[in-house]
Design a protein around this ligand. Structure first.
Ligand SMILES: C[S@@+](CC[C@H](N)C(=O)[O-])C[C@H]1O[C@@H](n2cnc3c(N)ncnc32)[C@H](O)[C@@H]1O
Length: 230
């Protein structure tokens, strides 16, 4: 395991998950924008698998699905469970789920934290049913992303905890698209960025929420969505 990106760090950050202006503030903003990509559930009992669910920040935005969460840290799974997610401890690279069980798989800000993102993508695609939807957001493997997500963001007081990211684990967008396609999911990718003025206001006042805007650049933060071939 890399000395950066040690998932045990999350245990001492447990109280941060649900603090809107805490270390995971941006994850709150991203949760709202990613969950807007979730299609309406097409059947009663439809299953949404939330890989690397953390403290369950997607939960308020998910309706109509059985929201199943997995996280490598039992403590995170426990926090997610307390917020209504059917959460268990589990590894994104070896999902303890049968093939084709999920109508939707979300992998939000997790691929850049696993030691083998290709395996995590393969697993996400394996548990997705044909016609099911994969939704991903992650950090690009570029020098610019290292500057922004590590050198700058991790130094902002109240920002992501120092050492939480390892740039060597960041995910090249084109390779992500190719890997998903190999497993039957054709993805469309787009860039994400916090809206500039609300972000400046937030840095000043530490209150409210910052909308996540889209951009054509895939050089820092990006998202993707695709449907698994029947
Ligand atoms: C940046 S947080 C994102 C949490 C959540 N997806 C969100 O957006 O709020 C990354 C999460 O991935 C989890 N994680 C790291 N490695 C993992 C692995 N191999 N399998 C499952 N979860 C993992 C961490 O414990 C942490 O909760």
């Amino acid at each position: 395991m890399s000395p950066r990106n040690d998932p045990r760090q999350y245990d001492r950050l447990a109280a941060e998950w649900w603090r809107p202006a805490g270390a995971f503030a941006m994850l709150h903003w991203l949760a709202e924008s990613r969950c807007a990509l979730v299609p309406a559930a097409s059947r009663p009992g439809a299953v949404l698998v939330d890989v690397g669910c953390g403290g369950g920040l997607n939960a308020p935005w998910i309706t109509g699905y059985r929201h199943v969460g997995l996280d490598i840290r039992a403590r995170n799974a426990g926090i997610a469970a307390a917020h209504g997610v059917l959460a268990v401890q589990g590894d994104a690279m070896r999902l303890p789920l049968p093939d084709g069980v999920a109508d939707v798989v979300i992998a939000g800000e997790i691929l850049e934290h696993v030691t083998d993102w290709r395996r995590a993508v393969a697993e996400a695609c394996r548990v997705l049913r044909p016609g099911g939807t994969l939704i991903v957001d992650t950090i690009a493997r570029t020098a610019l992303a290292t500057v922004v997500a590590v050198w700058i963001a991790e130094r902002i007081p109240g920002g992501p905890p120092p050492g939480i990211h390892d740039p060597a684990l960041f995910v090249p967008p084109r390779e992500l698209r190719e890997e998903a396609a190999r497993h039957g999911v054709d993805m469309r990718l787009w860039g994400l960025r916090p809206a500039a003025l609300p972000m400046l206001r937030w840095l000043w006042r530490r209150r409210g929420t910052v909308p996540i805007a889209t951009t054509r650049s895939l050089s820092i933060l990006y998202a993707g969505k695709g449907v698994k071939n029947a």
